[in-house]
Design a binder for this molecule. Structure first.
Ligand code: CTP
Length: 449
């Protein structure tokens, strides 16, 4: 390829990869690729592209991986690979002469030979990012809660290299848990580095506190505690001991949901005036009077935190007033609860039900347009931004594998390795949610119907 600026013939080579935790195999291939020509372009995959193609437990962020490649001094240019089919575009755009890639891809890129020469370079034996990841951070994880809530997590965790599930506590024997050993809580804590907690709401504070005091990292469903004071205390212990305490609402970690929140915050729909969320499910038991006895979670315990999360993330926690109306069938069990919040210049409503069914959608209304997430919005993989002029509507889809526990666990692992919680749900949100549960349980200002 003649470089027009320099007027000299430059043989251009391109190669691609994730380059996570850069290792000798990467160095070798970059060196060999460079030797094939005069100018080497390296395509580093974007985080998004990797997760779409199922590589979700990459440890370093895209910027860190780009830095790693830069530091080798072998790349003349680094680009980001963001979409399927980009390789052809790049080859044409940069006037590439040679496409080089490791021999593990033998044959897979023959289709590019229509555009340039394709060379498979021998892969370095005995090393890979996968190997380093699993050697570095084999995290021994324990699961706490009832089997009916844990088996999905256990299933999704199996495919994450770097996490070993040691056992459960509180789950008893259940076929779906694949014969995991069930321990008492303190026995489990002795055996693990970290715990995933999705136990009954009232048990969580004690369990988290004990785990943190034993130096174990915690990923826990919300609310983690009842009341602001307890939640604050847990966060303080974690901070003092340099331990990760992370919120376990899986919705927060789905790519689509995360993008949606960023778009709202960046003013895509103008100023937000209203957030409405609905989460309902019909319960396992049809006999309403048996709910409490059978230890079935109430609407508030099953859905409250999930429905409140986007409200506080988008509008903050400084509301002026709130009204909570609840249809209770006994002192503990609420069948349906509606929570209204009034802010200085916005309003929000969360509707939750257990044993009542409604459309589980989320709508965020703004001065320029609104965001619509169809049911079930808490498993967000798709949303739309709708405007007055329908032609301007935009649709977004990001694949969500399973129910999303995988993303949450991968983020947990990453947070532990980097000793840094990626703050998907801020502490103010956690504290406010805990506070609302306390008021709800104490029936403070609750209107009962
Ligand atoms: N590569 C290599 N020798 C190795 C590992 C990787 O030649 N031992 C090459 C790959 O063939 C590819 C490039 O390095 O051309 C980038 O690969 P990447 O997928 O980032 O590295 P892996 O270590 O294979 O990553 P993973 O284990 O996550 O698949």
């Amino acid at each position: 390829m003649i470089d027009l600026q320099e007027g000299v013939f430059l043989k251009k080579v391109i190669t691609y990869g994730t380059f996570d935790m850069l290792h000798q195999g990467h160095l070798n291939i970059l060196k060999r690729a460079k030797e094939l020509g005069d100018y080497l372009i390296v395509g580093v995959t974007s985080d998004d592209f990797d997760s779409r193609r199922g590589k979700i437990n990459v440890q370093q962020s895209m910027m860190e991986r780009v830095e790693g490649v830069k530091e080798t001094g072998l790349a003349d240019q680094i680009i980001i690979e963001e979409y399927e089919g980009q390789k052809i575009d790049d080859i044409n755009r940069f006037g590439i002469d040679i496409f080089a890639i490791g021999s593990d891809w033998q044959g897979k890129f023959d289709y590019l030979s229509e555009f340039c020469k394709v060379i498979y370079l021998e892969r370095t034996k005995g090393i890979s990012s996968t190997k380093i990841r699993s050697k570095n951070n084999h995290l021994k994880l324990g699961l706490v809660g009832k089997a009916k809530r844990l088996w999905k997590v256990a299933n999704e965790a199996v495919s994450i290299n770097g996490i070993d599930i040691v056992g459960t506590s509180g789950a008893g024997y259940d076929r779906r848990l694949k014969k995991l050993n069930n321990y008492s809580f303190d026995q489990l804590i002795e055996r693990v580095d970290a715990v995933f907690i999705e136990s009954d709401v009232n048990n969580r504070y004690e369990q988290i506190k004990y785990s943190l005091e034993c130096g174990k990292h915690v990923l826990c469903d919300l609310p983690m505690a009842i009341g602001r004071r307890q939640q604050k205390e847990l966060l303080e212990i974690a901070q003092k001991k340099d331990i990760v305490l992370m919120s376990g609402i899986k919705t927060a970690y789905s790519t689509a949901y995360y993008r949606l929140i960023l778009m709202v915050k960046s003013g895509e729909i103008g100023k937000v005036l209203s957030v409405e969320t609905t989460c309902t499910s019909l319960s396992e038991s049809s006999k309403l009077s048996n709910y409490s006895e059978n230890n079935i979670w109430s609407a508030m315990d099953a859905w409250g935190a999930t429905a409140l999360m986007p409200i506080f993330q988008v509008l903050g926690t400084n509301y002026v007033n709130k009204t909570i109306i609840s249809k209770k069938i006994d002192s503990y069990f609420d069948l349906f609860t509606k929570m209204d919040f009034i802010y200085k210049d916005a309003v929000a409503t969360a509707k939750i039900g257990k044993g009542v069914k409604s459309e589980g959608e989320m709508i965020i209304s703004g001065t320029k347009g609104y965001i619509y997430v169809p049911a079930p919005w808490w498993k967000t993989d798709y949303f739309e931004i709708r405007y007055e002029d329908q032609n301007k509507n935009k649709r977004f889809f990001y694949e969500l594998e399973g129910e999303g526990f995988k993303y949450e666990l991968v983020n947990f692992l990453r947070a532990i390795n980097h000793r840094r919680t990626l703050s998907y749900t801020g502490n103010d949100v956690l504290e406010e949610i805990s506070q609302i549960y306390e008021e709800f349980y104490n029936r403070k200002g609750i209107i009962r119907i």
